[in-house]
Design a protein around this ligand. Structure first.
Ligand code: BEZ
Length: 220
């Protein structure tokens, strides 16, 4: 398993776009590796189609995308035509799909879904999401079962939060969206907050009398 803050493995794998060396693929960008159970399955087709539609939003945020399942690169190439058909796209498919037929990456990254097996009884990948920073360290992970498709607008939202909070001494509250008010980190002293947040800090009165609920407009 890779824990938050750990160095992400620099794996080498075949993909729908040929061999991928992960760190070379990332360069200085952020990256999202997301797995799905199998090619030619309905929920996966909607998920990879949706990601292809919003791929420009990830590119704007300097995030490279790659998908993964336990099927072969040849299978991925064939399935991509179905995904493009599903989202009515004639454009080049915007990201590679990694082939993990031997499941070594699936095992290394804890992506196996205990409830899903292929026709030969081999385990399949769950719906994992790993967001990796330009320092090649894991910033966020999610694990959904095969029966629950992911919300990729939420993945864009968390990228916005991760990138903002990597630079500024703020955290983002429940249901925050880019441009919304942020919370000043509890570790920031009041005198430091005045310097760091020229747009102002508002402290909400709480029954406890503790001044921990400090809001500030999203810093530039
Ligand atoms: C799907 O993508 O539709 C799917 C795949 C494996 C199990 C359940 C659903």
């Amino acid at each position: 398993m890779v824990n938050l803050g750990d160095e992400f493995p620099n794996f080498e794998k075949d993909s729908s776009e040929g061999k991928i060396k992960f760190y070379e693929f990332m360069g200085d960008s952020w990256a999202i590796l997301f797995s799905h159970p199998a090619d030619y399955t309905p929920v996966c087709t909607t998920e990879l189609g949706r990601v292809s539609e919003i791929a420009p939003e990830f590119a704007k945020r300097n995030v490279k995308l790659c998908a993964l399942s336990c099927d072969s690169a040849e299978s991925h190439k064939g399935w991509i035509e179905d995904i493009k058909h599903h989202v009515k796209s004639k454009a080049k498919f915007p990201y590679p799909i990694i082939a993990d037929e031997d499941r070594d990456l699936a095992l290394q990254l804890g992506m196996i879904d205990p409830d899903e097996k292929d026709a030969q009884g081999m385990p399949l990948t769950a719906r994992a999401v790993f967001i990796i920073g330009p320092d090649k360290r894991l910033k966020l992970s999610l694990l959904y079962p095969a029966t629950t498709g992911r919300n990729f607008d939420e993945i864009l939202r968390v990228v916005d939060s991760l990138q903002l909070t990597a630079e500024k001494k703020v955290a983002t509250p429940a249901d925050w969206k880019s441009g919304g008010d942020c919370m000043v980190l509890p570790t920031v002293k009041p005198e430091e907050a005045v310097e760091l947040f020229p747009k102002g800090v508002t402290t909400k009165d709480m029954p406890s009398g503790k001044g921990y609920m400090r809001f500030t407009p999203q810093p530039e």
